[in-house]
Design a protein around this ligand. Structure first.
Ligand code: ADP
Ligand code: MG
Length: 488
């Protein structure tokens, strides 16, 4: 008998692009220096009061609109009470699904292996992040920089059936957050963390009927997309094996596990039976406030073109392939770089080839981002122009590209300094062609006009004399004419 998996994600995304934290005026910025961005509120000092960051609420609402969620009439927050060193106030301000989060009951269409999929969204809510703890050899140190950063938690229904679907959804959401200007979604900075819920049911049973559901296992805090995919695969295998071996009831229990990247397994942390009661209540220091229709309309109108629409536009307007368009839109900053280059006058197809080819390989090889590369859209436009007006050949352009980045010089300057200008003036080329003919009487004797390869030697000589700078097309045409005439 076969089984199918039911997978639901709780995706946490740090809204890294607000100026300040969600309830305090401390800076929201990633820092490698611990405890740099903190204000009394983040440390839970007596008497501190939260002030809601309007920008963060706006981002949350904007996201909920893209997720096709319903927005609430009133906005309010709740206290989730617990003690832990990463939360010095002894409570976290969050939104439970009751009363009402920023958005509820929506859906997302995304693509997995070229096929369209839909996942239902239970809700998305806004809360404050906790500090981060580092467990060293015999001590634990805490960095409060992250404490109080705006965090968006998106809870899906258990609609994913495989690790690949969950991963594709995360890729899709990463784009959404980047394009909306909510988050950089840098997994290296811990901007995205997921709790992964997995269960299996009999293949023949209806997953819509809760009475058919199997035991749900939650894997906490998986912080890479590959990790999400692999921990799902592992859990499906573990749970299926238990069914087949008849040990399902004892081995698969409602519990929280963690993903161990090194061994590629999940490990039990705690059972759900002793679940904590957080004693939620409405946060008394933040008055409930009405979301006006005008404000919601204004937010909706500010939603920019998202990755999917950009991709369609590249395919329709620029006639780029789906493959190339997908690569271009995957990272918003890459796509912006491409757009800027085109806006400055470069041909879209050529710009796309450079960005997806040389630029992306340079970034990957050097492990840097597009912000860190010396090349700008202006420089790329100039480089393409140098090829178009035949100042340099496309082969030379690759050398110019490398030189620009190596010497940190603009393309025009590289071409000038290196004397790379192609020779395109007829008189000069004719002079060189004549020289080559005068120096090689023997080769002229054996020249056979019917043999297409017979010209190679002569062109080689022209290139040698000009250090590769003669325009190959012009040199070829002129040489052939002269040789064929001599042979008449
Ligand atoms: P909990 O109260 O344990 O946190 P929720 O009902 O809030 O559970 O759901 C948390 C996540 O678990 C959601 O993403 C939801 O889709 C997912 N989930 C719920 N039931 C199942 C199930 N039977 N199998 C897999 N995932 C599930
Ligand atoms: Mg949960």
């Amino acid at each position: 008998m076969g089984y199918k998996a039911m997978i639901g994600l709780e995706m946490h995304c740090e809204a890294s692009l607000t100026n300040s934290k969600v309830f305090s005026s401390a800076r929201n910025s990633y820092s490698v220096t611990p405890n740099e961005n903190i204000r009394p509120y983040d440390m839970g000092f007596p008497g501190v009061l939260p002030v809601v960051n309007k920008e963060a609420v706006k981002m949350a609402l904007k996201t909920s609109m893209v997720l096709n969620c319903k927005q609430p009439e009133y906005m309010y927050f709740e206290r989730k009470n617990y003690y832990y060193p990463d939360m010095p106030k002894n409570f976290q301000i969050t939104q439970e699904t009751k009363p009402i989060p920023v958005g509820i009951y929506g859906y997302v269409d995304y693509e997995c292996n070229g096929e369209e999929r839909r996942v239902r969204v239970n809700n998305i809510h806004l809360e404050e992040d906790a500090a981060s703890s580092d467990h060293l050899y015999d001590t634990t140190v805490i960095d409060y920089n992250r404490a109080g950063n705006p965090l968006l938690e998106l809870v899906t229904e258990p609609d994913f059936r495989s690790g690949e679907e969950a991963e594709s959804f995360l890729d899709h959401m990463r784009c959404v957050y980047q394009y909306l200007g909510v988050s950089e979604c840098d997994t290296k900075k811990g901007h995205i963390r997921c709790d992964v819920n997995v269960s299996i049911i009999d293949e023949s049973l209806d997953p819509e009927d809760p009475s058919n559901w199997g035991t749900k296992v939650e894997v906490k805090n998986v912080n890479s997309f590959g990790g999400v995919r692999e921990c799902i695969k592992y859990e499906i295998k573990r749970q299926t094996r238990a069914k087949e071996e008849g040990t399902y009831d004892t081995e698969v229990v409602q519990e929280t596990r963690r993903w161990d990247e090194e061994t590629g397994t999940t490990i039990s942390m705690r059972s759900k039976v002793d679940a904590v009661d957080y004693k939620y209540f409405v946060e008394p220091n933040i008055p409930k406030y009405k979301l006006t229709k005008e404000w919601l309309d204004e937010i909706r109108a500010s939603i920019p073109e998202l990755a999917y629409d950009r991709k369609k536009r590249y395919m329709n307007d620029y006639e780029l392939s789906e493959y190339d368009s997908n690569i271009l839109v995957k990272e918003k900053k890459i796509s912006d770089f491409f757009e800027e280059t085109v806006k400055l006058g470069a041909d879209p197809k050529e710009a796309c080839n450079w960005v997806n080819g040389m630029i992306l390989s340079y970034l990957n090889y050097n492990m840097i981002t597009i912000d860190e590369i010396f090349m700008t859209p202006e420089m790329l436009r100039d480089l393409i122009k140098l090829i178009d007006d035949k100042t340099i050949s496309s082969k030379q352009a690759k050398d110019v590209f490398a030189k620009v980045l190596e010497d940190k010089k603009e393309p025009m300057k590289v071409v000038k300094d290196e004397g790379m200008m192609q020779i395109t003036d007829e008189g000069s080329i004719e002079g060189i062609v004549d020289e080559v003919l005068a120096e090689n009487p023997k080769a002229i004797e054996t020249y056979d006009p019917e043999n297409p390869k017979a010209l190679d030697f002569f062109i080689g000589q022209v290139m040698k004399k000009t250090r590769g700078k003669a325009n190959p097309g012009m040199a070829y045409k002129m040489m052939k004419e002269k040789l064929d005439n001599l042979k008449k």
